[in-house]
Design a protein around this ligand. Structure first.
Ligand code: PA5
Length: 521
């Protein structure tokens, strides 16, 4: 890779403290010109979206996450006011909590924050907490329930042992009906009740108007409620109450996050492609994957605090772009697979395959110029740990280039609330542009909705199996006979019965072969 190509195909913005080097994607010189008509269409689609067009046709919804950091751009005064009021409410609530004006049910100041949510209602807050948190210096320590795994819940509750009187619980669900989140909410409430605490005085909801969660919060008299709107998607909700409320409670600079995102939005509204890093990124994705997801996107931040960025982007990219149909209803099975972790740690893991194995990926390196808040010691004369981190990033990048493995590099001057906000905004818009380039709806998630419904059939069968076994106490059922009695599938019945037996909910008599084992109530 040459200095000339680097200077020709890099975007630098000193005022943002941001750069994008796309010179190591070996597109031919004519590529950008050839794609110019298509990317101009993407700019037009994005401009319409920002003006309030129905950009999510399947759900007949506007897509308004860009208004969250520039409320005046919202298409109606009512929406502008909704965004502004919500931000003011978040700040006032966080200030009251920090000042001890709002206290727990026993009069203790809130020092712990438990966030209950999943997917787009957890990944952003988790990313921000990990990237910007200052253990020991934050106003509140944050933990998460992001699953319906009982043991995972116990792990978090053990960390909060003795601290529930000073714990505030923020339950986040846009739909207000997501089962994992409902279960986390119920488990958290039970833990408060077991500790003799009035849980409602500790609970806050972030949810859509009229949702089940909102109804529960009203009926039980929770401490507060914050809005989530149907025009903000879960995976683009970090800069709504979903992300801003936990961040503000933690004591992070939410204004800086919003300002960073707004600044990146201004730049990425440019219709001059070489001045638009989100468009350049989307075009590089298109070149690398042939617009068909033929290569995976590996995210390699050389910064421990950005460890969760790959998980965050995995959802943002794969839930947005992973679609069966295009906008015309043709089967396209689109998507780009995203995975990653952090460097240089990954050089001691899967980078071996990246360098020498199957060449089915391109890498996004993320470089943060400033190493740490204070000064660094020398680990060798004149050399710091941060110098080594840079050395490993540059060395790996070259090693990959030498073997025709392609990469882009996103550089920020330092990692802070502003630069995290601008990186979130960069990727949100790159995903939007890419979706237009390949002709899909980036803003719905039918696969997620299908997954949400999938468990209900299993739960219904479990109830029938238990009823069948309880109707004949002591009678031995194999998986097959139990399935017949319950009117269900034998394989599903076997899995459910094994789980119930392992958890002491019924008795199992082992037999040979294994599928002749019997179960009884
Ligand atoms: O991005 C999405 O739409 C999903 O990942 C949702 O955020 C996730 O399923 C959680 O949904 P909800 O916030 O309605 O509980």
């Amino acid at each position: 890779m040459s200095w000339n190509r680097f200077t020709q195909y890099s975007y630098h913005n000193a005022s943002l403290g941001f750069a994008l080097d796309y010179s190591r994607i070996p597109f031919p010189d004519g590529f950008l010109a050839e794609k110019e008509p298509a990317i101009q269409q993407a700019y037009a689609a994005m401009a319409a979206l920002e003006k309030g067009a129905i950009a999510n046709p399947d759900e007949n919804r506007m897509v308004g996450h860009y208004w969250l950091r520039a409320s005046k751009l919202a298409p109606t005064a009512e929406l502008t006011k909704a965004v502004d009021d919500c931000l003011a409410q978040i700040k006032a609530f966080a200030a009251d909590v920090h000042a001890g004006k709002l206290l727990g049910s026993t009069g203790k100041k809130f020092t712990q924050l438990l966030v209950v949510g999943i997917g787009g209602s957890a990944l952003g807050p988790q990313l921000v907490n990990h990237a910007l948190g200052r253990p020991g210096a934050d106003k509140m320590a944050v933990s998460f329930f992001d699953n319906t795994d009982p043991d995972g819940i116990d792990y978090v509750l053990a960390q909060l042992a003795g601290k529930l009187p000073e714990t505030l619980v923020v339950v986040i669900s846009k739909s207000g009906g997501t089962v994992e989140t409902r279960n986390g909410q119920l488990e958290a409430a039970a833990a408060f009740k077991a500790a003799g605490l009035d849980f409602a005085k500790h609970f806050v909801a972030v949810t859509g108007e009229g949702s089940k969660l909102e109804q529960t919060a009203i009926a039980q008299g929770w401490l507060a409620r914050f809005p989530m709107w149907d025009w903000v998607g879960g995976r683009t909700s970090e800069l709504s109450a979903v992300g801003l409320l936990p961040a503000a409670l933690q004591g992070l600079d939410i204004d800086a996050m919003l300002a960073g995102a707004a600044a990146m939005d201004v730049v990425t509204r440019s219709t001059a492609t070489k001045e638009n890093p989100a468009a350049l990124l989307a075009l590089m994705w298109h070149y690398e994957t042939a617009g068909k997801g033929l290569k995976d996107m590996v995210i390699l931040p050389y910064k421990d605090r950005l460890l969760l960025f790959s998980r965050y982007l995995q959802q943002l990219v794969m839930e947005s772009l992973g679609k069966e149909f295009d906008l015309q209803g043709k089967v396209v099975n689109q998507g780009i697979a995203v995975y990653g972790n952090k460097g240089s740690t990954d050089q001691h893991a899967y980078v071996q395959q990246l360098r020498e194995g199957v060449n089915n990926f391109f890498v996004t390196f993320i470089e943060v110029l400033k190493d740490r808040a204070g000064a660094s010691m020398a680990v060798e004369p004149g050399i710091t740990t941060g110098d080594y981190l840079l050395g490993f990033y540059l060395g790996t990048r070259d090693a990959l280039s030498e073997k025709d493995r392609h990469s882009v590099t996103v550089t920020v001057n330092e990692l802070n609330a502003r630069t995290l906000g601008l990186m979130i905004a960069l990727y949100e818009r790159a995903v939007g542009f890419y979706a237009t380039l390949v002709g899909i709806n980036a803003y719905h998630q039918p696969g997620v909705e299908a997954g949400k419904k999938a468990a209900t059939g299993v739960i219904a069968l479990q109830q029938k199996l238990v009823a069948a076994l309880q109707a004949a106490p002591g009678k031995q059922f194999t998986a097959e006979t139990a399935a017949q009695a319950a009117g269900g599938d034998a394989e599903l019945a076997y899995k459910i019965l094994e789980h119930l037996a392992a958890n002491g909910a019924l008795k199992k008599q082992s037999a040979t072969p294994w599928f002749a084992s019997t179960y009884s109530a």
